[in-house]
Write a protein that binds this ligand. Sequence first.
Ligand SMILES: Cc1cc2nc3c(=O)[nH]c(=O)nc-3n(C[C@H](O)[C@H](O)[C@H](O)COP(=O)(O)OP(=O)(O)OC[C@H]3O[C@@H](n4cnc5c(N)ncnc54)[C@H](O)[C@@H]3O)c2cc1C
Length: 60
Amino acid sequence: MPEGLMLILPPDKSASFRDKMAKPWQRIHFAGEHTAIASPGMESALESAERVLGEILARR
Ligand SMILES: Cc1cc2nc3c(=O)[nH]c(=O)nc-3n(C[C@H](O)[C@H](O)[C@H](O)COP(=O)(O)OP(=O)(O)OC[C@H]3O[C@@H](n4cnc5c(N)ncnc54)[C@H](O)[C@@H]3O)c2cc1C
């Protein structure tokens, strides 16, 4: 099954989409390229991991 290369959204959709996809739900936190869409690719995926780590540490 083919897999996507990276998520690319129109500029006017990027901020609202990211805010919804990155929003934690109860104790579940969401990382991944699609939640950090300023620059698609590995850098965004790693950036999202850092964000989630910060969210989890902030809960303590
Ligand atoms: C062919 C190709 C070339 C690329 N080249 C580059 C490049 O040169 N430079 C660059 O920066 N980016 C590149 N990218 C993009 C980069 O690979 C992605 O941006 C990055 O991997 C996204 O990381 P992620 O953690 O968000 O998602 P992913 O790496 O897709 O990780 C998601 C993981 O979740 C797992 N998963 C899915 N569903 C479930 C489920 N229901 N239960 C449990 N696990 C699940 C998947 O198996 C996968 O391991 C390339 C992508 C492709 C496809």
